[in-house]
Design a protein around this ligand. Structure first.
Ligand code: GSH
Length: 198
């Protein structure tokens, strides 16, 4: 299998951590620069985004949630608890963390537009949503063990992206439980090795 990634992509980071946690043989292929005209990923599908996964059967999967679920299934379920109710809690966390990643990504994109093209209303709305997500993660992850599953992978990748692109959010402030959990997660090699470089 080939996993197409780019250096600091928080979405690709989730698939990279998931592949390692699932113990699967996945070759990472650097697809940057993503802005290249006629990008080679367009040969495989319309999106040309990372992550993307070429399966051993030659199918080409896009979208982080789908790739993560596929890797989980292929590993025989290593990234979700076998208990159905516990699995629901992991999916709940994955959903909130995905929401946070989309929110931060959208907000960062907006902030990097020409000042005359930026929408302060969009930035304000997304910033408030991000704050609600940080609080929800503090509620769910403070005091929890540092383990890898679909939910915790999405959470730690979103927080790493916040460190890089939204340092001013200072998400650790007032969320000491979440900060301690994230510090413990950073001791896991798959998490530490994929932290964004900035
Ligand atoms: N909804 C997609 C988002 C992935 C995404 O936006 N990836 C960015 C890199 S962080 C990308 O490939 N951007 C290239 C582009 O916009 O052309 C997912 O969940 O995988």
């Amino acid at each position: 299998m080939k996993l197409f990634v780019s250096g600091n992509s928080p979405y690709a980071r989730r698939a990279r951590i998931a592949a390692r946690a699932a113990g699967l043989a996945v070759e990472e292929v650097d697809a940057s620069p993503l802005a290249a005209e006629n990008h080679f990923l367009l040969q495989h599908g319309p999106g040309a985004k990372v992550p993307a996964l070429e399966t051993d059967a030659g199918n080409f999967l896009c979208e982080t949630l789908i790739i993560s679920r596929y890797l989980n299934d292929l590993s025989g379920g290593k990234l979700l608890p076998s208990d159905a109710v516990a699995a629901e809690a992991v999916l709940e966390l994955e959903g909130i963390s995905s929401l946070l990643m989309d929110t931060l990504f959208h907000c960062s994109y907006e902030k990097r537009r020409e000042p005359s093209e930026q929408s302060p209303a969009v930035i304000e709305k997304e910033s408030l949503r991000a704050r609600r997500c940080y609080d929800a993660l503090e509620n769910r992850l403070a005091g929890q063990d540092a383990i890898l599953n679909l939910g915790t992978i999405a959470a730690i990748a979103s927080l790493g992206y916040a460190d890089w692109r939204h340092a001013a959010d200072d998400w650790r402030k007032g969320r000491e439980g979440l900060a301690a959990w994230a510090d413990a997660m950073m001791k896991i090699p798959a998490v530490a090795d994929t932290y964004p470089v900035f």
